[in-house]
Design a protein around this ligand. Structure first.
Ligand SMILES: *Cc1c(COP(=O)(O)O)cnc(C)c1O
Length: 433
């Protein structure tokens, strides 16, 4: 009987295929396909969103800030291109898929309000960020302003630049809410300040930094502004014009729901023309004479020839898919779910929500008294409930200041249902500690 109950809930073909491929034992209670408590949302048809997401049949996925579940259309786009490569060879497949591949940077540009020629496709947000950072003409004594919740990989680059070039790092304090203090940032600017580099949404704190207010300060002072938008792209509307950033890095696999190994970099046209990327190849530059090369115009100088082409096709689809739902609708639903989750966590004995900031997002961080975060995550994973663990080393300045060696992180996406949140909270409550 259970077998039938489980099968009945597996409504879409994609979900049945996935269940079969995963050899799902029938005792596993599959999540309800139809959420019961969701308020009507004109923008997001949750039932359809879940049906179009094969993974919803197999897992309760609250690790969207790590890597979200891909929609079926994205999976198809990747596999379709791989099959084309298998049939024709990689170069010939790329020619055949030229239309899609040409569309990918334009889709990314439309997503963040950039112009054509201001996007480079790369393999990760870190590579995007690095590419921009190391192409800036930094010299000994130059100052960089950043925030307390800056992402580890970015800060590692600052430390390297401190060691190799002799730049100076200035960490702007947070205000009492926990977001970066825009007033302190403004005060910290001096005539040696060459860069403002901020993480929009830290992966460890649930907050949204005031990116546009920072942009106004940066633009007024004429200082290049590099925004790590890895967790915000795909989660909320992003417009580089409104924010006022000159460079922005994003990844495919997180809130955009794209494949792993994909990402993109935005660089404002005028700035890109003055930048000299390291690691250029014959796609980024033309070798015009024995001792001369011309860098490609705009952001093209940041994009290499070789890459995961099937991944790019998938990224393109993921961006188009997100835009079809509407980023404002996606944000509204994520806010609803995150708000509910924070409320629910407050009622779990021993659980403390650790999110900071004025504006909060879909990343919900918390601690559970008397429990080791990894053991909690492992136990939940055994029940096919996925959450993340954030460590001090992911954002050391912020985490050390708060005395937090580790955090549990449940990050919601629009396809999560209210039922799922209830199931998650019950499972958390039942954990031995
Ligand atoms: C995940 C993350 C990154 C790195 O993204 P990759 O695609 O893994 O390189 C950068 N910044 C923030 C805030 C992140 O959460």
């Amino acid at each position: 009987m259970r077998q039938f109950a489980a099968r009945r809930r597996l409504t879409s073909k994609a979900q049945r295929r996935l269940a079969l491929a995963m050899k799902l034992p029938h005792e596993i209670e599959l999540p309800d396909d139809v959420p019961r408590h969701d308020p009507p949302d004109p923008g997001i048809d949750v039932v359809r969103a879940r049906r179009e997401t094969p993974g919803c049949a197999a897992t309760l996925h609250l690790n969207n800030a790590g890597a979200a579940l891909m929609p079926e259309a994205v999976v198809d786009a990747v596999i379709e291109h791989l099959r084309l490569e298998a049939a024709l060879g990689g170069y010939e497949a790329a020619m055949r898929a030229e239309a899609v591949l040409n569309r990918a940077p334009d889709a990314a540009a439309a997503l963040v309000g950039a112009a054509r020629g201001e996007i480079a496709l790369v393999e990760s947000a870190t590579r995007a960020w690095d590419h921009a950072f190391w192409a800036l003409p930094l010299a000994a004594g130059d100052r960089i302003l950043t925030g307390e919740s800056e992402y580890a990989s970015n800060f590692l680059a600052f430390l390297q630049a401190e060691k190799r070039i002799g730049i100076r790092i200035h960490v702007v304090p947070s205000d009492e809410s926990g977001q970066i203090s825009v007033a302190e940032l403004e005060n910290a600017i001096d005539d040696r300040t060459r860069l403002i580099a901020i993480t929009h949404v830290p992966s460890t704190g649930g907050l949204v930094n005031p990116a546009a207010a920072i942009g106004r300060v940066a633009n007024a002072a004429g200082i290049p502004y590099l925004l790590d938008a890895c967790q915000s792209v795909g989660q909320m509307p992003i417009d580089v014009g409104e924010i006022g950033c000159d460079m922005l890095s994003a990844t495919g696999r997180k809130y955009l729901r794209g494949p792993r190994g994909t990402g993109f970099l935005y660089v404002a046209r005028a700035l890109a023309e003055k930048m000299e990327p390291i690691g250029i190849d014959m796609n980024a530059a033309d070798w015009v004479a024995r001792d001369r090369y011309h860098l490609k115009p705009g952001a093209a100088r940041f994009q290499n020839f070789e890459g995961n082409i099937a991944g790019r096709a998938g990224l393109c689809k993921a961006i188009e898919y997100a835009r079809a739902w509407g980023l404002d609708h996606i944000q509204a639903r994520i806010r609803h779910l995150a708000g509910r989750l924070r409320e629910g966590l407050a009622a779990v004995p021993g659980a403390t929500v650790r999110d900071l900031g004025v504006e909060q997002c879909g990343i919900v961080t918390f601690t559970l008294d008397g429990a080791d975060s990894f053991e909690v995550a492992d136990e939940l994973r055994r029940q096919r409930i996925h959450i993340g663990v954030s460590l001090a080393g992911h954002a050391r300045i912020d985490m050390d200041a708060r005395g937090l060696p580790q955090l549990l992180r449940a990050s919601v996406h629009y396809y999560n249902s209210d039922d799922e949140l209830d199931r998650f909270l019950r499972a958390l409550d039942a954990i031995d500690r």
